[in-house]
Design a binder for this molecule. Structure first.
Ligand code: SF4
Ligand code: SF4
Length: 105
């Protein structure tokens, strides 16, 4: 298991309040608001941490750039993917990769 899988396993064992607290802590570290792809719509909707929550709810239509690889959360969670706001969460992209291979984005 890699860091991401281990973290998910550890979180599953936590009580709901503890899981929420961890998510809030990571959310506060999310650097999406400084990304060129981030929009006012996403800001107004308080959309953050797409790596966990998945695609933006119609606020980020296309990618200009993705700064996820430099985000501390990416390192903490051992994320392999990026552009989560347009391509889906880490979990979803990992799943798609198992179905379609690494060429599918
Ligand atoms: S990895 Fe990307 S989506 Fe996840 S918290 Fe960091 S900036 Fe936000
Ligand atoms: S997920 Fe990546 S592309 Fe989307 S807003 Fe966050 S840093 Fe930018």
């Amino acid at each position: 298991m890699d860091t991401f899988e281990t973290t998910l396993q550890e979180m599953k064992k936590m009580a709901p309040e503890e899981q929420k607290a961890v998510m809030e802590e990571k959310k506060a570290m999310c650097t999406c608001p400084t990304c060129p792809s981030y929009t006012t719509c996403a800001k107004n909707g308080n959309e953050l941490m797409f790596c966990a929550t998945g695609k933006s709810f119609m606020c980020i239509p296309y990618e200009k750039e993705c700064i996820c690889p430099t985000c501390p959360v990416a390192k903490d969670l051992g994320l392999k993917y990026s552009s989560f706001c347009t391509r889906g969460s880490e979990k979803a992209q990992r799943y798609e990769n198992t179905l379609w291979g690494s060429k599918m984005v």
